[in-house]
Structures are given as structure tokens and as C-alpha cells.
Write a protein that binds this ligand. Structure first.
Ligand code: ADP
Ligand code: ZN
Length: 219
């Protein structure tokens, strides 16, 4: 059963790759960003708490995120359901908490996989990124969105996320460098880190990941 952490900057393509991997490895994808946006849409207590942080491109507090993930991972174990984490952990305290949760559950992480994309490319991608209102899949239009374009997956309406605006993007990049990049050495020290080059077509990148998993005998 796969227990995977995907690491990579905002716009690195980890969400899209997680969609391919979940089919291939019969796992569920847990995107904490999608989860929080769902809570905001439902106007839940958690959503209200999270919104002010998210709108500024800041992180939701660790204590909140860790509490949520503790419940969800325990639930996956109870159902013997493999999973791919997209967007968690995002800070070293979250990463420590995750490894403690797994330890408590008597299981181990398959790996933390970094999809490596240079910063200029991340900013370029986010500035042209459109998201589907219905299924959350994303598409990049570097030359502007063609009129009438809809989601390729489900035909849903496309919108630009509030945090995909220029200032917020720059803030998210800073937050990423400050809070999330240290995770790379954290997982490296635990011998859990693997990385692949995140530049190329969608298929090239999935191919690299699947080759790596085959090599590591991840099933
Ligand atoms: P992206 O990876 O494109 O930046 P996400 O959809 O993963 O976007 O996350 C959007 C926002 O949700 C983040 O900027 C942050 O405010 C919040 N968020 C998501 N996951 C976490 C987390 N693990 N810890 C704290 N905040 C989070
Ligand atoms: Zn869609």
C-alpha cells in the first residue's frame, strides 16, 4: 500500500501528477489545498479560519493542519487505503508530526518525492493557471485564456484562483522557500527523499515518476 508525499513548489505540477498516480496505484489523492477550498465553499468553521490565511498566500497554522491529517491518515489505515499527499506536509513541524503519526500507526512512508522545477518557471506557470470550478483540474494559458475555454476533463467552468494573482504568487514563493524547502533536507536526512526533473511534458514527467517507482519496487 502506497503512502506518498509529493513535494514541489506551487505550480510544480504535483496535483496533476497525483491524479495519474492515484489511478495507477489505486490510491486516493489528498490535496490539502482542495480540502480547504471545499471547506471555504461550505462556509464551515474550518473554512472561515483558513480563508484569511489562504487569501494572502500564507499558511494555515500547523496545529490546525496536523489535527486534520491525524484523523484522515488514521482513517486511511483503518480502510487499508493507500494515499498520496499533495500539499502536506508544508512545514518541518508538519513533517515531524506526519512521521510520528505513521509511527504510531505502525507503518512507514513509501517516499517523499520532489518534483523539481526552477522558481522562474513556477511563477510563469502560476500566472497563467486556470482552475476548474467543478473538478479542480488546472490548465495553463501563457498567452491568455481563449474565449469560451472550459475544463478539458469535465467541461466545467474555469476560474483564476484568488491566490494565483501576481502579488500573492510572489508571497507564496517566499512562503515556499522559507517553510517548505527545508523539508527537502528533512526527508533527505531520513533517507526518504527522491527527486525527479519537473521540466518537460506532462507525460514525460509521469514517465519519470513511474520509472522511479518501478526501480524502488513501489506498488
Ligand atoms: P499550491 O500548491 O498551488 O500553492 P494548494 O492548493 O496546495 O496550492 O494550497 C493553497 C493554500 O492552502 C496554501 O497557500 C495555504 O494557505 C493552504 N494550505 C494548503 N495545504 C496546507 C498545509 N499543509 N499547511 C498550511 N496551509 C496549507
Ligand atoms: Zn473540470
Amino acid at each position: 500500500m502506497i503512502r506518498l508525499v509529493l513535494l514541489g513548489g506551487p505550480g510544480s505540477g504535483k496535483g496533476t501528477q497525483a491524479d495519474v498516480l492515484k489511478e495507477k496505484y489505486k490510491a486516493v489523492k489528498l490535496s490539502t489545498g482542495d480540502l480547504l477550498r471545499g471547506e471555504i465553499r461550505n462556509d464551515s468553521e474550518l473554512g472561515k479560519q483558513a480563508k484569511s490565511f489562504m487569501d494572502k498566500g500564507e499558511l494555515v497554522p500547523d496545529s490546525v493542519m496536523i489535527g486534520i491529517l491525524d484523523k484522515i491518515t488514521a482513517d486511511f489505515e483503518a480502510k487499508k487505503q493507500g494515499y498520496i499527499l499533495d500539499g502536506f506536509p508544508r512545514t518541518v513541524p508538519q513533517a515531524k508530526a506526519l512521521l510520528e503519526m505513521l509511527d504510531k500507526q505502525g507503518v512507514t512512508l513509501s517516499m517523499a518525492l520532489l518534483i523539481d522545477v526552477p522558481e522562474e518557471e513556477l511563477v510563469r506557470r502560476l500566472s497563467s493557471r486556470w482552475t476548474c470550478k467543478d473538478c479542480s483540474s488546472t490548465v495553463g494559458y501563457p498567452d491568455g485564456k481563449p474565449e469560451g475555454a472550459v475544463c478539458r476533463q469535465c467541461g466545467g467552468e474555469l476560474y483564476q484562483r484568488d491566490d494565483d494573482k501576481r502579488e500573492t504568487i510572489l508571497n507564496r514563493m517566499d512562503v515556499y522557500k522559507k517553510n517548505t524547502q527545508p523539508l527537502i533536507s528533512f526527508f533527505e536526512e531520513k533517507a526518504l527523499l527522491q527527486q525527479i526533473d519537473g521540466l518537460g511534458t506532462f507525460e514525460e514527467i509521469s514517465g519519470r515518476i513511474i520509472d522511479l517507482f518501478n526501480k524502488k519496487e513501489i506498488k
